[in-house]
Design a protein around this ligand. Structure first.
Ligand code: DP6
Length: 319
């Protein structure tokens, strides 16, 4: 029985689109920040008495439609046929665009591989997590990480980037904590298939990933923030231009973006990003968290969460 914890991550340079849906190979590299306060704990036990895999999320029985194919990958690597009991608890608002699938599959990859008797290195774990959810590839690592798009299963993995000396903070604004109206996986595929802006997104985003790695190495916060906003907005532009047209933006999403722009005009270093949902995440530096929160408080009291870079995925219990 093994319990693992993995923290979620927010992409500064986004992943949006698979060039191989079976192997989960992305069109572009992406760069992310793993967060301290949002994580998933997952316990896996392989039990010869079980006729089938079982899965509970927060003690509720859930379908194993996604879990079983993932466990099959682990079983194939370990030479096992035994079924498993999987218990997960999300300390992330599920399906609220806070990328809970990232922490979920990173925790499952670590717990299941260890429970199956495998000792995978970080790269192998990252490749395994990728098969569950693209963003999970990056959640094995603490702080900043890059997912290299690679060209095949062996070369598409994430790795940690050198730590920055910047005191990065992320203020999460919950515009709408409900489940997302459209799954990111389906929308991602439709963006690739139908958005005339998609090829431009690929070109720009791959260049932005390289530029972001340089900006991080230089501790150049204005460049980091600028690239972060560009990647998010360009992803959402490609989504809006798909057929059928769609957007995750809600009226309050735009209110937050405008507040961030106003803060910058006043000299506060703050930059917005958003994922497959209406919530906005604001990248700033520790000394400016109070100013960011103060600007948002009148409208978003009780809906603000501030977090710092979080640790790598780790084992909590192994017996
Ligand atoms: C907008 O990783 O949830 O959060 O690979 O289909 O499981 P699948 O998608 P997922 O998509 C994440 C998209 C994003 C950007 C990002 O995290 O890079």
């Amino acid at each position: 029985m093994t319990t693992a914890r993995a923290h979620t991550n927010i992409a500064l340079i986004k992943y949006w689109g698979k060039r191989d849906a079976a192997l989960m190979l992305p069109y572009t590299s992406s760069v992310s920040l793993t967060l301290a306060d949002f994580y998933t704990d997952t316990t896996v036990v392989f039990d010869p008495a079980l006729p089938a895999d079982t899965f509970t999320l927060a003690d509720q029985v859930r379908p194993t439609t996604k879990v079983t194919p993932f466990l099959d990958l682990v079983r194939a690597q370990a030479g096992l046929t035994t079924r498993a009991r999987v218990r997960s608890v999300n300390h992330v608002p599920t399906a609220a665009g806070l990328a809970s699938s990232a922490s979920a599959y990173a925790a499952l990859a670590l717990a299941a591989s260890r429970a199956a008797g495998l000792t995978l290195d970080a790269q192998a774990l990252s490749r395994l997590a990728r098969r569950g959810s693209g963003s999970a590839t990056r959640s094995l690592f603490g702080g900043l990480s890059v997912w290299h798009r690679g060209h095949d299963d062996a070369t598409s993995f994430a790795e940690a980037l050198p730590a920055t000396t910047l005191p990065l903070r992320m203020v999460v604004v919950l515009v709408n904590a409900g489940p997302k109206p459209v799954s990111s996986r389906a929308l991602m595929a439709n963006t690739v298939a139908t958005s005339p802006y998609y090829p431009a997104w690929v070109t720009h985003n791959e260049a932005a990933a390289a530029a972001m790695i340089q900006a991080l190495a230089a501790n150049d916060f204005p460049a980091i923030g600028h690239l972060t906003e560009q990647s998010a907005m360009q992803m959402h532009a490609a989504i809006m231009a798909a057929d059928p047209a769609f957007t995750y933006f809600e009226p309050e999403t735009l209110t937050v973006w405008q507040t961030v722009q106003a803060l910058r005009a006043q000299g506060v270093p703050a930059y917005a990003t958003m994922d497959a949902g209406p919530n906005v995440k604001i990248l700033t530096l520790a000394p400016h968290v109070d100013a960011v929160q103060a600007a948002l408080l009148p409208r978003f009291a009780g809906r603000l969460m501030t977090t710092a870079p979080g640790p790598a995925a780790h084992i909590l219990e192994d017996q």
